[in-house]
Design a protein around this ligand. Structure first.
Ligand SMILES: CC(C)(COP(=O)(O)OP(=O)(O)OC[C@H]1O[C@@H](n2cnc3c(N)ncnc32)[C@H](O)[C@@H]1OP(=O)(O)O)[C@@H](O)C(=O)NCCC(=O)NCCS
Length: 483
């Protein structure tokens, strides 16, 4: 038996004898014991593996900068400065790269690849989000027992401090779930090991260690926070206990109040495919940017969640459902292509966007949409709302192309996710972005750990006023177009 396991078992025995904190302390110790038992199988833990890998990565980056630091990697047009910086290369993101035609690759792997290669639960067909976290952080596919140990580790970190529970209970039910989510994650700052270590003057080379610990603590607590919000706003406020032997997706489903096995598998798929979409999207970029100021993972993720809450980003999954419901109300059962086409034109002609369609980078159907479509085809091909979404998929790209504005008339991830949740009875659309947020943490926290391990500096791009840009373009013009 390992030393950690022994000390956890002894602490557990002491806790049980004292009956400490109405069993709360004992519950926590029990979860820690399960985690310690999983970690005692001789395989490397995620932290050990990362500690072995990152010095090589840091060396590789140092060499690249030394040899090619002055290589020109792109040009910037004035229209890009005024166009949301689309296409400007200026960020480093190790976990994933997005190809406009093909879609996302997580450490070189497509969604079908990860569905095949990543470990699955014994009772499921979909990859485990714990495994994507491991992959994004290290570039390696973990073994089944490594994932099991990580699941147990995350479960052992799930307890919320009392002030966060009280805070969530005190929030008005009409406060949007994403605002509640961000408030709770911000309030967890009290637990930040990074902030405490920084205040005590820890060396830069140890920053990653505390960032890693905070990130795992935070991931462990997210299912409880999300479920508390869901149960407080829409149900009886009671949240079931975490099971130290269950995987992350199963725990999340059970805490939300859903036992259905297919729903559990959907949660695993959902959390895996929503995790990462390279570094420039609002939630990823914001988390990275705030983290670059050495704000803790709690404050950094909360900032990212505030960005995810916007209707052009994560909240689009809620907007899609609301848009679909209005459609359903208006067309009164007539789901013909002609009726749907008219509804799409009505939306566009009233100056609104069609939610769930378009993308800043993608130029084809989002493979995250396809993965969810395949899940629906497998489990409920005849569900009314799924059929409606499928008909819209037939019609909307043509309408959007004819409309002629969007550069990408194809559906994105948010176009499909809500319908899957509806089928299993998670019908409260205003909660949907919270699930996206739990998943996004699996993608942005690995980069935050890497940023600290390789010593990424504070982010600070250059901005100009319009006057200055006019001066700049005139000066470039007077020199014959050369700067
Ligand atoms: C995702 C999104 C924000 C990307 O924005 P973008 O990179 O600026 O997209 P484009 O370059 O194609 O935009 C060009 C024009 O087409 C419009 N457009 C883009 N997607 C559109 C859509 N789904 N419906 C209607 N118009 C759309 C834009 O609003 C823009 O109009 P403007 O010139 O009047 O400002 C945009 O496609 C959108 O608003 N989609 C709907 C919301 C959504 O699904 N978000 C989730 C994304 S994962």
């Amino acid at each position: 038996m390992s030393t950690t396991m022994l000390s956890t078992r002894n602490a557990l025995a002491r806790g049980l004898l004292r009956g400490s904190n109405n069993g709360l302390q004992s519950k926590k110790l029990l979860l820690q014991l399960v985690a310690a038992r999983c970690y005692s199988n001789g395989e490397k833990t995620l932290k050990q593996r990362f500690a072995e890998i990152f010095p090589e990565k840091a060396e590789e980056i140092k060499k690249l900068k030394k040899e090619h630091g002055k290589t020109v990697i792109g040009e910037v047009l004035l229209e890009q400065a005024y166009g949301g910086m689309r296409g400007i290369k200026g960020l480093v993101w190790e976990g994933s790269v997005l190809d406009p035609e093909e879609g996302i690759r997580f450490r070189g792997r497509t969604i079908p690849d990860i569905q095949k290669e990543l470990p699955k639960a014994a009772d499921g067909d979909e990859p485990l989000p714990e495994a994507i976290f491991w992959l994004l952080l290290t570039g390696e596919v973990p073994t089944e027992s490594q994932v099991k140990a990580l699941s147990a580790d995350l479960a052992s970190r799930s307890e919320l401090p009392q002030h966060v529970e009280q805070l969530l209970d005190s929030l008005p039910k009409n406060l949007h779930p994403m605002a509640q989510f961000s408030i709770a994650v911000t309030a967890l700052e009290s637990e930040s090991k990074f902030a405490k270590a920084y205040a005590q003057g820890v060396s830069k080379k140890d920053y990653w260690n505390y960032t890693f610990e905070d990130s795992l603590d935070l991931l462990g607590k997210l299912p409880v926070i999300a479920s508390k919000i869901y149960r407080n706003v829409f149900k009886d406020g009671k949240v079931a206990a975490i099971d130290g032997n269950a995987d992350y997706g199963k725990n999340l489903a059970h805490l939300l109040g859903f036992q259905n096995k297919e729903f559990v598998d959907l949660m695993r798929l959902y959390l895996t495919i929503h995790s990462d979409h390279e570094g420039g999207n609002v939630s990823a970029h914001t988390t990275h940017l705030v983290g670059s100021a050495l704000s803790s993972p709690y404050l950094s993720l909360a900032a990212g969640l505030n960005g995810l809450a916007g209707p052009l980003h994560g909240r689009a999954n809620q907007e899609v459902l609301e848009w679909l419901f209005k459609l359903r109300e208006e067309v009164k059962g007539d789901y013909s292509k002609e009726t749907i086409e008219k509804y799409l034109w009505d939306t566009l002609n009233s100056g609104r966007v069609v939610p769930g369609y378009g993308h800043a980078v993608l130029r084809k159907t989002d493979p995250r949409y396809t993965a969810q479509r395949e899940f629906a085809l497998k489990h409920f091909p005849d569900y009314e709302l799924f059929k409606l979404v499928s008909t819209i998929y037939d019609v909307a790209p043509k309408v959007l192309t004819k409309h002629g504005k969007t550069k990408n008339p194809w559906p994105n991830v948010d176009s499909h996710s809500g319908v899957l949740l509806q089928y299993y009875g998670l019908t409260e659309a205003s909660f949907y972005t919270v699930l996206f947020g739990v998943s996004r943490a699996f993608g942005v926290l690995p980069q935050l750990i890497i940023d600290r391990a390789v010593g990424q500096p504070i982010e600070r791009p250059k901005s100009f006023s319009t006057e200055k840009y006019i001066e700049l373009v005139n000066s470039i013009k007077s020199k014959g177009g050369v700067q």
